[in-house]
Ligand binder design. Sequence first.
Ligand code: NAI
Length: 702
Amino acid sequence: MGAKYEVRGNIAVVTLDNPPVNGLGYDTRREFAAGIEKAEGDPAIAAIVITGAGKAFSGGADIKEFGSPKAIAEPNLLTLIRQLDNCSKPVVAAVHTVCMGGGLELALGAHYRVAAPGANVALPEVKIGLIPGAGGTQRLPRVLGVETALNMIVSGEPVKSELLASLPGQKLFDQIITSDLLEGACGFAAAKAAEHAGGAKPLPRVRDMKVSHPNPDAYIQFARNMVKGMARNFPAPPKCVDAVEASLKMPFDAGMLAEREIFLALMLTPECKALRHAFFAERAASKIPDVSEDTPQRKVEKLAVIGAGTMGGGITMNFLNAGIPVTMLEMKQEALDRGVATIRKNYESQVRKGKLKQDKFEQRMSLLKTTLAYDDIKDADMVIEAVFEEMGVKEKVFKTLDEVMKPGAILASNTSTLDVDQIAGFTKRPQDVIGTHFFSPANVMKLLEVVRGKATAKDVLATVMALAKKIKKTAVVSGVCDGFIGNRMIEQYSRQAGFLLEEGCTPQQVDKAIEKWGMAMGPFRMGDLAGNDIGWAIRKRRYVEKPNLRYSKTADLLCELGRYGQKTSAGWYDYQAGKRDAIPSPLVVEMLERHRAELGIRPRKISDEEIVHRLVYALVNEGARIVEEGIASKASDLDIVYLTGYGFPLHRGGPMCYADTMGLFNVVQAMKKFAANPHDDAEFWKPAPLLARLAAEGKSFS
Ligand code: NAI
């Protein structure tokens, strides 16, 4: 697939044709360039229309080629744009549907642009830590003015073609065509051909247009200040300002060089690497090695949710939002009433904040039904169980579901700690059972761990992955293990946080260090939010199952004081009634001092760097085991779990990406040092075999 060439009267039409979004891959570029050359050389052709086949003008660079030599092989995008710029015949870009990144830069190389209404126009490079690299920062200000252009470049957000065309003085679009775009574009091109015939009038080139602003220095200073506040941790946004400033202050060619220099420098930053990693990792997460993309799916048009508590309610909202009817089932009417009231309250608050229209709210509520009888849900295509976290309760529910549900219904459990294979074993249809581990609050959090049981059928997995997309979740597949991916890793992070307290840190010192590094919330604030009693229950189980596993006793001591966190207004921190501010607790400090004295530990000052590395490498080491055991099919899935479910900083790309950035050799070296610390746990820091192997071979996780 590349580009098509067609002649309509005396107009040549060169159509980018590389589904799904006409990415500007090598073959497409080559065939496009050949098309332009052919049209220019053909005396019967008076003008050229460039456009895109199918559902896009062009989405920009071909992401399949990213980072490969093909991405910059000649003819590269800059060459194509130069070819359009220098073309002796009028070139008209016919823009529709999607015109982004390199696609927009290509269109800006044409002499004229016409557009269908509703096209999404954007320069989204900033979202992967870059600036546009093929003249976007120099040409867009010339056609839209500095302010609108900079706004689009810094935000990366799409703007509709008709809105841009309505801006006073804009030169981006010469016409919005509401009838057939190609026909309109060819008509427009024919008119321009006549206008410019025989060199009567020079062809307009964006590069020759002037960029001006009534108060350039003040505006650029203002923009710089704005961007600084917006883009902590990300180097690209301020560089967008620098590049646009170059368009204002330099001749075109010098501006292009400035843009190139900035682009190349950004490409090498760890933040850009992290953002690109996250971009690809998210796409990769939906691909399952042994489940092909054309696996048939089951239909899911009607859903049932068992349990209308914290999770059941949140889960239900996701489906109502997507227009899928849900029946909630409970044991008692009061529980149903409470569940419905919470859902209603959540929606009402969105309506009050102007985030949801009243009619949408009513429409969503109308999709919700409740029942106390299994008979009312037997026809559902899928049921998600969110009852108490007790195997006995789950057993009863799944045995009943097995009896009543129609054949082929998908039976999902939202369990966070129980064995999905055991749950599947309560039914005679384990192939239809799957885990859907939502995160709290389930209507807000993006992450969904899809737990694949030993017997889970491929079409069930494919259906649930597609459904996740429909309800706007980022789904990651996990095998069955204690804690699945996210919580299994976080347990090691929490263990390490406990050792840090024993050695001399305060909870606030640990939280501050890791939050300064970028985590949304440190381990102790997180414990207080989730409830310290949850971890306590897990540890009690571990003390029996794995008596040799070392834990700091600090968290147990805290729970023995009844300090469960925000819900008891006291945890690692103190809380004032109705407020969430974490106030350092003298009582906790005293408790820690007493504990250290009992253990005979002389507290030492621990650097922020050591805190961060001990916490993050704890995630990495467990992550390596998860990958090696095949619980996750690739390391990047773990990064997505942490970026979307655990407040891991995007500019670090996820724990495994961060380890790669630091270099696995260095990670292992640091772990050896931690293992030598008598107050830490040497066993804890034994590098996972996969990590040790990759480090020894000089390789990385990705
Ligand atoms: P919850 O206690 O808020 O709600 C459970 C609901 O299930 C209650 O309303 C209860 O009346 C109902 N229920 C109990 N037995 C039932 C039965 N036999 N038939 C019908 N309804 C029944 O609990 P929560 O927090 O919503 O947790 C539910 C599930 O989600 C658990 O498996 C939990 O491990 C899991 N989970 C919880 C998360 C959280 O942060 N709360 C996060 C992820 C998963």
